[in-house]
Structure formats: C-alpha cells, structure tokens
Design a protein around this ligand. Structure first.
Ligand code: UT7
Length: 325
C-alpha cells in the first residue's frame, strides 16, 4: 500500500496586540518617520499587524497554533511523533524552537527541529515532513510556521517596518492511504542573499553587523512574481495537474499586488486566492499556515479541495506544495 501524508487539522494564533496602520503611523511620526494608512494599504494591502508582548517568543505563538491544530485533528500531543518549526526568529540561537515547543507541549522523545528558509520556511517544512511520513519515519507530525518579526524590524526604516508582523500557524500532517500532499517544488539561489537579510551574527558575546531586517523591496517584488509562477507550474507538472485543477491558491502573504500578479499569470480568478495579509501583514514562515487555517475555519477551503501553497523569501528561497485537503 502506498503511503501518503495528509493534513488532518489546522490551527493558528495571532498575539492580542493589534496595531493598525494609523496607530503605527502615529508611533513612527514620533520618531520623525512619515507614512500613512493610505500608502500602506495601496502598496501592500496591509491594514494591521499583530505584535508580541515583551518576553513572548516564537515557541509561545507556535504552542497556541499547535493546540488549535491538534484539537481540529482530534489528536493529543502524546500522539505527535515529529515536530518541525519553520522560523527565522527562533527563541534562542540554540536549541531549536521546535525542541522548546516540544517541551511546552508536554511531550519528549520524538524528533524536533527547525527549518530556516525565511518566508518559504513553511513549504520547506511541509515538504520535509511529507517525505518523512511517506518513508514511515513519522505518522503524526506537527508542522509549524512561527515568527516574531517585530524583534528584527528597524523602526527607523519606513520601507520595511510597516510590512511585517508576528504570528504562528500549524498543521497536523498524518500518514494516510489516500493522497494529501500531491507534489512539491523547492528552490534556493544564494546569489540574492543581499536583497533580503538580517546580516548580523553573534560572535564572542556580541552581535556583529546589524541584527535588523534589510530589504530591497522592488528587487524582491520582481523576483517573487516570476518564481511564484514558475514554482506553481513545476508543481502542477509533477502532480500531472493543470491550473484548472486548483481550487485555492494560498500564497505567502506579503503583498496583495504580488498575490494578484501570481494569480493573473496562472489565469486564476482573484476569488480563488486566499488573502489574509490585511489582518497580519507579512509574518514570514507563519503566513501560509495562518492563511490556510483562516480559510478552513471560514469554511472556504474544505476537505477534498485542491490547494496550492506558495512561499518566497530571503535566501532567495521559493517553493510550492500542491495538496488535497
Ligand atoms: O517576505 C518576503 C517577500 N517580501 C516581499 O514580497 C516584499 C516585496 N516588495 C514589496 O512588497 C514592495 O516593493 C514594497 C511594499 C516594499 C514597496 O512598494 P513599491 O511600490 O515597490 O514602492 P517603492 O519602494 O517603489 O517606493 C515608492 C515610494 C518611494 O518614494 P519616492 O522615491 O517615489 O519619492 C518610497 O520612499 O514610496 C516611498 N515609501 C513610503 N512612503 C510612505 C516607501 N515606504 C513608504 C512608507 N510610507 N512606509
């Protein structure tokens, strides 16, 4: 019998502090930085983002998202035999946020590790988990995207600090005799390291270089639209499907213009694109599972639907996963 992996539950969590564009613009004005709700909405589609309180880390957000996902799947933490967390803002340099999450879930023993592929992290993590489930290495995996990007934002740089937020999303991925994950396609091109990075690192007890996010927005924008189309087509080809088979496109939630551009290239109606960026901004690895969970809970995306997940971000990294929910 062929072994497949299938998503059996989704969950997400946004920290309670919701910061509207107007509130952020007011805060930035106090620093002499000019921005506006109109600019942010028109250029990105973002209306608000959520920021964590002091002392709250990625694993805390991940824990809440996992609790919701486990509940939706009808599983207990004790049944989990693999944890993969996609994050670029881990709790510590080491150990992994996945190991910390495992302890917070009250379990021990199963493999737990982080995947670092920035905004493509969730599709990378899901692909790794799928491979492990299909080889029999795991039967019930938690795959999580969790970020606290507010900690790495330069609030003196209006071109980036209005774009990002904090949050987490999770899925339970289980072994199944019917196909869930149909195909995936992952890529990286390190020659673009400089257009989206946090260049600092820890050395001798100090941070060397800047530990804040730097992005050349226009360069990222152009690359993103191109590679998202390519990844979607490659994934469809691997699965023996066409654009017409896609019920829902759930792209990385960074900018509504990128999402609409991708849909147009794939000849998909905008009503087939799940958009949640307005509510949480760019939450990097958390954005896809946040959008997926929101769409499932809204009753839009249903069991049996064919869904294309697409991530793109720092590295440069990009990829897609096609699945039947
Ligand atoms: O998560 C990984 C994926 N990341 C992304 O997908 C991000 C991709 N990039 C983008 O989404 C867009 O490039 C941005 C939203 C970052 C910027 O939008 P844009 O349409 O490319 O704007 P721009 O950089 O061309 O800037 C246009 C103008 C500039 O002013 P001038 O030079 O025309 O006078 C900027 O200085 O807008 C100005 N500007 C702002 N104005 C008000 C830049 N940021 C702001 C701001 N508020 N926050």
């Amino acid at each position: 019998m062929t072994l497949y992996s299938r998503i059996t539950g989704t969950g997400s969590y946004l920290p309670p502090r919701r910061v509207s564009n107007d509130e952020l613009a007011q805060e930035l004005a106090g620093r002499g930085i000019e921005t506006s709700n109109e600019w942010i909405v028109e250029r990105t589609g973002i209306h608000a983002r959520h920021f964590v309180a002091d002392g709250v880390n990625s694993s805390d957000l991940a824990l809440e998202a996992c609790r919701h996902a486990l509940e939706a799947a009808g599983r207990s933490a004790a049944e989990v035999d693999l944890i993969i967390v996609a994050t670029s803002t881990p709790d510590m340099v080491f150990p992994s946020s996945a190991a910390i999450l495992q302890h917070k879930l009250g379990i021990a023993g199963c493999p737990a590790f982080d995947v670092q592929a920035v905004c493509s992290g969730f599709v990378y993590a899901l692909t790794v988990a799928d491979a492990m489930v299909r080889t029999g290495a795991a039967k019930c995996a938690l795959v999580v995207g969790a970020e606290v990007f507010s900690r790495i934002l330069d609030f003196n740089d209006r071109t980036t600090c209005v774009l990002f937020g904090d949050g987490a999303g999770a899925v339970v991925l289980e072994a199944s005799d019917t196909p869930g994950i149909l195909a995936s396609d992952l890529h990286a091109d390190g020659s673009h390291v400089g257009i989206l990075c946090v260049p600092g690192h820890v050395s001798g007890g100090q941070v060397l270089g800047t530990p804040l996010l730097h992005m050349d927005g226009q360069a990222v924008f152009k690359l993103a639209v191109r590679v998202l189309e390519e990844a979607a087509r490659a994934t469809l080809a691997k699965a023996g499907k066409t654009e017409a088979d896609i019920d829902w496109l759930i792209p990385h939630q960074a900018n509504i213009r990128i999402m609409h551009g991708t849909a147009k290239k794939l000849k998909l109606g905008l009503d087939k694109v799940i958009v949640t960026v307005h509510e949480h901004g760019n939450t990097s690895a958390a954005s896809i599972p946040l959008a997926l969970d929101s769409a499932v809970r809204d009753g839009k995306v249903r069991t049996g639907d064919t869904v294309m997940l697409e991530g793109v971000g720092g590295g440069f990294t990009w990829g897609a996963v096609l699945l039947n929910l």
